[in-house]
Design a protein around this ligand. Structure first.
Ligand code: HEM
Length: 550
């Protein structure tokens, strides 16, 4: 005869499981197995003699255990006892992080955040334990001033126990690893990469010359170029030669980043990864980039490229990073470094097509700076081209390739943190939504939603596209909030590489070609097709290129 009362046992054990989930949020499979399967299993074992059969005992106990646990979780999350109870947000976001994960799954998270902040204000509860801030005073306490460590969103960046740089939560370890990246972006290192960049840009322009007069997808071609450039640091992917994504590399990055964007919001799912379809895409991406990275590390450098610095080839063996961490960061460079630049440039060309006067003005600046084509390889002049840099900045302001708020965590045991005027209790995830701040009329005015590069120029008066004139003191430009590369110690490590690449490619295209929208292509589809999967995915940008000087 069993001595336990099954109802009491189910009530007590589901309460205990709830306490564990609430306090520790376990992410590994074993913990889930113990809490969800073994714990109620023990009750079944002990109380089955009180039921007509073992099957009916199992059914009754498992169902009541899971139902009680579910009710406890939901009731607590929407109750006034929850530490985030005073923050507004949609009920479904308060109940489960799946709400947001599914918006990411649809690629619609950017629009969703716009609606949330419009409806609920500057601070919104976007998950059971998560807040999104759309206020200027949230940026420093989250990202720069005693910055917060990364949140669980970054768990997929840790593979086999080794984190990529952007998945590191311990600031001391991050600083150590980041030193390698910092060495890889000194002005001297950037100058060395420019030789590789020149090769790729030449191949790119040659490939485009062959296709003059044809209709081509400039967004796809910019993708081939950017992957080739990052690939140059490892090996050529053959994209520019083929003129298509034959091996499915870009597709793997798109599918993989799409899958990660969903899974990252519910990282406990990682433990069940093997059985989920999204995991397939993520694995293909990881396997491919790991292979490229390992091949490159094995072969050693023939020039001082990014890998040369990431594996610290100049250093004695004992000072070099482990093979695993070098591989992880090599993988990161392909994922973080290729699509982002291609997306930024594609947006810029979209806006130039929409604003022919801007395209003409930029071409004029390029012609005045570089009289002959071969001069285009003098990249040193490009940092000082005001209109070029204003145009790139304006595209990055409106559509930063990393579209979302960057999740950080107010650590357990920290006692909480003031973020702006709000006290945020410990064990809460927070993010400052930089992309929304970059379009906020309080900080970027006038025309916050329009492409108007002039805002980045320093002058006494400004002529708006309407022909009206405004004085400098009527312009609002919060430079501190223009952060497409993020800010603080975990900001983009490849910013200088990306900037040189974007400037070089934009100048090369506009010096050589006139770019016009392909007949029949509807430019309105471009913005509709921008999807937000943490990094944005983009659609087609169909254009026709013609030589400016045959
Ligand atoms: C226009 C192009 C680019 C944009 C807009 C961009 C943007 C960003 C942003 C917003 C972050 C912060 C992510 C976070 O906190 O979750 C980041 C991190 C990072 N980016 Fe970029 N990126 C670009 C290009 C590149 C390139 C070309 C490389 C490498 C060659 C690169 C390497 C990295 C790395 C390694 C990190 C992690 C830094 C850390 O955690 O310390 N990025 N990037």
């Amino acid at each position: 005869m069993s001595s336990i009362n099954p109802q009491v046992a189910v009530g007590a054990s589901s309460f205990a499981a709830w306490l564990v989930y609430k306090n520790f949020e376990p992410e590994n499979l074993l913990a889930h197995l113990i809490l969800l399967i073994i714990l109620p299993g023990v009750i079944v074992q002990q109380s089955s003699p009180q039921f007509s059969s073992w099957t009916s005992a199992a059914l009754a106990i498992y169902i009541s255990f899971w139902a009680t646990l579910f009710v406890l979780i939901v009731a607590y999350r929407i109750s006034l006892f929850h530490p985030l109870a005073k923050f507004p947000g949609p009920l479904m976001c308060k109940i489960t992080k799946w709400t947001l994960a599914l918006e990411y799954g649809k690629g619609q998270a950017r629009d969703y955040f716009i609606q949330l902040h419009e409806k609920y204000g500057d601070v919104v509860r976007i998950g059971p334990n998560e807040l999104s801030f759309k206020t200027a005073d949230a940026v420093a306490p989250i990202l720069t001033n005693k910055p917060l460590p990364k949140g669980p969103y970054y768990s997929p960046r840790i593979q086999n126990g080794v984190a990529q740089l952007d998945g590191m939560r311990d600031f001391a370890e991050h600083t150590q690893r980041r030193k390698l990246w910092n060495k890889s972006v000194t002005p001297a290192a950037i100058k060395e990469y420019s030789e590789m960049l020149k090769d790729v840009v030449r191949d790119f322009v040659t490939a485009l010359e062959k296709r003059q007069g044809e209709v081509l997808d400039l967004s796809a071609w910019l993708g081939y170029m950017a992957f080739e450039f990052m690939g140059h640091m490892a090996r050529s992917f053959g994209l520019l030669k083929a003129g298509k994504d034959e091996d499915g590399l870009i597709k793997a990055v798109d599918d993989g980043t799409g899958a990660i964007a969903v899974i990252a919001h519910v990282p406990w799912v990682l433990s069940f990864l093997a059985v989920l379809p999204a995991a397939g895409a993520m694995k293909i991406l990881m396997t491919f980039t790991r292979k490229v990275s390992q091949e490159r590390i094995k072969s050693g450098s023939t020039s001082r490229d990014l890998y040369h610095y990431l594996i610290a080839e100049d250093e004695p063996e004992e000072n070099r990073p482990s093979k695993e961490s070098a591989t992880a960061d090599g993988m990161l460079s392909v994922i973080a470094g290729s699509d982002t630049s291609a997306t930024a440039m594609s947006h810029l060309f979209y806006f130039l097509l929409r604003n022919p006067a801007c395209m003409e003005r930029l071409q004029k600046e390029i012609d005045v700076t570089f009289h002959e084509d071969h001069e285009l390889e003098d990249y040193s002049k490009m940092g000082d081209m005001p209109y070029l840099n204003a145009c790139i900045n304006e595209a990055l302001r409106l559509y930063p390739p990393v579209q979302c708020g960057l999740q950080r965590r107010v650590e357990k045991g920290s006692g909480g943190r003031m973020i702006g005027s709000h006290f945020v209790p410990e064990d809460t995830q927070v993010s400052a939504h930089l992309p929304l701040l970059q379009r906020d009329p309080r900080y970027f005015y006038p025309l916050p939603d329009q492409f108007w590069p002039d805002r980045f120029l320093s002058q006494e008066t400004y002529t708006l596209p309407s022909g009206d004139t405004i004085r400098q003191d009527q312009l609002i430009l919060e430079r501190n909030l223009f952060q497409p590369f993020s800010t603080g110690p975990q900001n983009c490590a490849g910013r200088a590489i990306a900037q040189q690449e974007m400037r070089a490619v934009v100048c090369a295209i506009l010096k050589k070609f006139n770019v016009e929208k392909a007949e029949g292509f509807d430019l309105n589809t471009w913005e509709k097709n921008v999807a937000d999967y943490y990094v944005s995915h983009r659609g087609r940008l169909m254009v026709k290129l013609t030589a400016r000087r045959p």
